[in-house]
Ligand binder design. Structure first.
Ligand SMILES: [Zn+2]
Length: 435
């Protein structure tokens, strides 16, 4: 059963440019917010604090006792959100670290199955992990303790503990942030009125007023992102929206995504045929601007204009993408959409062969939007493996050739537009999986 509510991020924007002095007051909060986060990273980011970060009350209490809030003069409504933001980052940093170590353990051929099993146990049980890293005795609940003792009998625990400590040192990244342009706002720190929003600032009982482009009012924790160079702000609001369920959405659609035509279906319907033109215009303009910026680096009063134009082009591109995705769903009325699974990013950092152009980034945006829109309409997305999917003949399954956007099968002689061939294969693979 699909859930009846899903989370969606809504954006709000300032109607008029935010005056420099108001922007400065918001930047002051963002700067303090950054300082608090870095303080929490340093003080609670290490192995010695592992026992304090779940569930986090200790951190909260210690931060209150530290007197740091008073020394900054940051209102409590911002201070504690910064603390919990940082705490969330620390937790996810530990999660990532453990996941990396699990991978290395699995790959390591020097370990026996029993040794791997023991290491997995340590990585899974919070208390055990923390105790090993801090060289403390491992104390567990009676039930797990028994399981633990069984495991220790079969392995050299000292050696494995040293391994775990070493891998943690290698993989755990100390957190730090230089970003001072974003902060969260608790409900108590803002008020919607007069076609805008009043935001608490560091000065007692003072507010900054920002007129907004819409009259929507929300009651939840907001996120304020500042763009001081452009005198603008963006407010991100997490809202729960009802999922729509459409009784007439019954079709099964395989799609191929492209840079020139955004979506081609297995029946040859196309959506976003202007995508290539829009993207080209955008990336050409960026390239031209970048080189002229390099030439006149010192004397550049036109930066604000640059940012404004860049944003306009980006917004136009995005609204085109969204509009065409809406049209895709409205016309096709799919129950299930089959789509190629994206390849996993290469292990060990970036693949240098891939050029991270504007195009590549839009592909991520399109997928994200399609996924969200499908969720909102209770349309199921099924990902299929992409290996050879554009090289296979959708009639007979043999490997064919692709020339100038056309696919030709040397075995059965089938000729078809390349993207259409891919979309047909996507649907076949999706349905073949029995999904
Ligand atoms: Zn064929």
């Amino acid at each position: 059963m699909p859930p009846d509510k899903i989370c969606k991020t809504v954006h709000q924007y300032n109607k008029e440019p935010v005056p420099d002095e108001d922007m400065q007051k918001l930047l002051d909060i963002a700067e303090d917010y950054r300082k608090v986060k870095n303080y929490v990273y340093v003080r609670f980011g290490g192995i010695g604090s592992l026992s304090k970060i779940y569930p986090g009350y200790t951190v909260q209490n210690e931060m209150t006792a530290s007197g740091y809030r008073e020394s900054l003069g940051l209102p409590a409504v911002y201070f504690y959100l910064a603390v919990f933001d940082a705490l969330g980052d620390i937790k996810s940093q530990w999660t990532k670290t453990k996941a990396k170590i699990v991978k290395q353990v699995n790959k390591n051929e020097g370990f026996t199955e029993k040794e791997k099993h023991y290491l997995h146990f340590l990585l899974k049980v919070n208390n055990a992990f923390e105790a090993v890293l801090n060289q403390k005795p491992i104390e567990l609940t009676a039930q797990i303790q028994k399981q633990y003792l069984e495991l220790t009998k079969q392995v050299d625990t000292d050696r494995l503990h040293r391994y775990l400590c070493r891998q943690t040192r290698k993989n755990y990244v100390k957190l730090h942030t230089d970003k001072a342009d974003v902060f969260s706002i608790a409900e108590r720190a803002y008020r919607y009125a007069d076609h805008g929003i009043y935001v608490s600032i560091k000065e007692k009982r003072k507010r900054v007023f920002i007129p907004l482009t819409d009259n929507n009012q929300y009651k939840c924790q907001l996120r304020m992102k500042l763009y001081p160079k452009e005198n603008r702000v963006e407010i991100k609001v997490p809202v729960n929206v009802s999922v729509r369920s459409n009784a007439d959405y019954l079709s099964q659609v395989g799609i191929a995504m492209g840079l020139y035509t955004m979506v081609t279906t297995d029946e040859g319907h196309r959506y976003g045929e202007e995508l290539g033109r829009y993207q080209l215009e955008y990336s050409d303009w960026i390239r031209a601007q970048t080189s002229s910026y390099r030439r006149n680096k010192k004397d550049n009063p036109g930066r604000k204009k640059y940012h404004a134009k860049k944003r306009r082009l980006e917004e136009r591109l995005h609204s085109y993408i969204n509009q065409e995705l809406n049209r895709f769903l409205a016309v096709e009325k799919p129950k299930t959409v089959y789509i190629v699974k994206l390849p996993k990013p290469q292990a060990g950092g970036h693949n240098k062969k891939i050029n991270y152009t504007v195009n590549q980034w839009q592909r991520g945006y399109i997928r994200k939007r399609l996924t969200q829109k499908c969720k909102e309409q209770s349309v199921k997305i099924v990902e299929v493996l992409g290996k050879d999917i554009s090289n296979e003949c959708s009639e007979c399954g043999a490997i064919g050739t692709k020339v100038e956007g056309m696919f030709r099968c040397v075995v059965c002689g089938y000729e078809i537009e390349e993207k259409l061939n891919t979309a047909r294969n996507v649907k076949k693979r999706g349905q073949g999986d029995g999904s």
